[in-house]
Ligand binder design. Structure first.
Ligand code: NAD
Length: 476
């Protein structure tokens, strides 16, 4: 596939390509251009040229374009989901959910597009003031490979609704769904140049977008180390910056929890998308009074997960998305085993052989009694490995929950309102779920505290973050 700049397909000028690999079998399914700084300059020029016309439309008119896009995406969800599975690996039904999730985000912003107004401030004898919310200009967005369609929706929908234009960089592992969605957006009525997609490396294309002086805001999703670099570069050129970074979400299962539901929550929370989700359950804390009942049920469910090529409808968990993500998980479990940092009660091996040949498959893995402060508990585990600990009381659970540098999401499983209240007030996170984990409808503002990031996706908050105020002060 080619890049999309100014409403056209654009190829590489230097004949440099990035292969796109199906993680279920290691085969190349397509390739995309390795874009250059010159491609970024062209894309920004197009975004600048398109800005005036797009910003002059009413918010409602822009919302109607998003609605038409959503309708087209819903009509073509099967084809898009199959493309997503083939480049990213998630099972077909999860890919369908993700593509529909993209449409859902656009529909949410389209729905609220008629409700944005400015402000009137009466200042008595000295006059009156009107405040309007204006778009910022061309914005940049950079995303990782774990959920390309959802992450694209989170960034594109509020930014474009507010009247901005955008230069977008997908991850090199998963550029195809983003390029296809961008093409569909244009077919459905998005004017050329409003959204431009440049493929390429983070150091090349990513940094060129951030450094460009005409880009007014950068919205970045990725890991903490990259996010720090992005933040530094963006601030050096006085850009607004939004960082959605890693997480290590704790899940606390209290002694009165519905064990069956909590087990299902942990399974979905950890093993959805082969564990490659920012808000996955990455540390599980079970009340010691129910641990003996809970852990065997959890283990049984983990062992029943069917791992394989996501295009097979019977599969529960697909491969990891690439060789590097797989190697990271393998190294982490190897260290856990060799350094005796926990008991691997199930899983802990690469999956090879029939059905797995050439793919990046890893067994769903449970580790009990992880050593305090070991990497599994301290760092973000971006794969299907779940450490399980027991906790004696709520103070200990909350202290553990807050013991990392992350603060994205957290969940508590209980019927006890006082436990919910304490978790809600004391656990450091941008979202606290009760008796669920992972779900993030577009109405709900979402983002991290501590090293998990700055800024919010979703909801009115995201829309406002793509605007700035301009005041008119009238002395009658
Ligand atoms: P990554 O930081 O390596 O890459 C993310 C994107 O940044 C890619 O497009 C990459 O090409 C680009 N990039 C790399 N170096 C860059 C640079 N110097 N300048 C500009 N761009 C650069 O992250 P990853 O490993 O692909 O993704 C996994 C991480 O993303 C995990 O930490 C996960 O938790 C996080 N994540 C967070 C959220 C959230 O909403 N908070 C959502 C999904 C994923």
């Amino acid at each position: 596939m080619q890049m999309r700049i100014g409403g056209k397909e654009v190829s590489t000028s230097e004949d440099r390509w990035i292969p796109v690999i199906n993680p279920a079998n290691g085969r190349e399914i397509d390739r995309v251009p390795e874009g250059t700084v010159y491609d970024v300059e062209d894309a920004v020029r197009e975004a600048e040229a398109a800005f005036d016309g797009w910003a002059r439309r009413t918010t409602r008119e822009r919302g109607m374009v998003l609605l038409r896009v959503a309708e087209t995406v819903r009509n073509r969800h099967r084809e898009l989901a199959s493309l997503l599975t083939s480049e990213q690996g998630k099972p077909s039904r999860d890919a369908v959910d993700e593509v529909r999730g993209f449409a859902n985000i656009l529909e949410f912003y389209a729905e609220i597009s008629g409700s944005f107004h400015g402000e009137f401030i009466g200042l008595g004898q000295s006059g009156d003031c009107l405040v309007r919310y204006e778009p910022l200009g061309p914005c940049g967005a950079i995303i990782p490979w774990n959920m390309p369609a959802i992450l694209m929706g989170w960034k594109v929908a509020p930014a474009l609704l507010a009247g901005n234009t955008m230069v977008f960089k997908p991850a090199s592992l998963t550029p195809l769904t983003v390029l296809s969605l961008a093409a569909i957006m244009e077919e459905a009525g998005l004017p050329p140049g409003v959204l431009n997609v440049v493929t390429g490396t983070g150091e090349g294309v990513g940094e060129a977008i951030i450094r460009h002086t005409a880009i007014r805001k950068i919205s970045f999703t990725g890991d903490i180390e990259t996010g720090n670099r992005v933040g530094e570069l963006a601030r050096a050129s006085l850009k607004d910056v939004h960082l959605e970074l890693g997480g290590s979400d704790p899940m606390i299962v209290w002694n009165d929890a519905d064990i069956g539901k909590a087990v299902e929550g942990a399974i979905r929370g950890r093993f959805y998308n082969a564990g490659q989700t920012c808000t996955a359950v990455k540390r599980l804390y079970v009340h010691e009074e129910i641990a003996d009942e809970f852990i065997p049920v959890l283990r049984q469910r983990v062992e029943a997960l069917r791992v394989g090529d996501g295009s097979n409808p019977a599969v529960d968990m697909g491969p990891l998305t690439g060789k590097i993500p797989l190697e990271r998980i393998e190294a982490l479990v190897r260290e856990t085993r060799e350094e005796k940092q926990g008991k691997i009660i199930t899983g802990g091996e690469l999956l090879t052989g029939t059905g797995y040949k050439g793919g990046f498959f890893y067994e769903p893995t449970l580790v009990t009694e992880p050593a305090p402060g070991c990497p599994l508990l301290r760092e973000e585990t971006f794969g299907p490995v779940l450490p399980v600990m027991t906790i004696p009381d709520l103070d200990a659970a909350i202290a553990e929950a807050n013991s990392t540098r992350y603060g994205l999401g957290a969940s508590v499983w209980t019927r006890d309102i006082s436990v919910i209240k304490q978790v809600f007030s004391d656990v450091q996170a941008g979202v606290i779920w009760v008796n669920r984990h992972l779900t993030l409808p577009p109405e709900v503002p979402f983002g991290g505290v501590k090293d998990s990031g700055i800024g919010r996706e979703n909801g009115l908050q995201a829309y406002r973050s793509y605007t700035r105020t301009k005041a008119l002060y009238m002395n009658w």
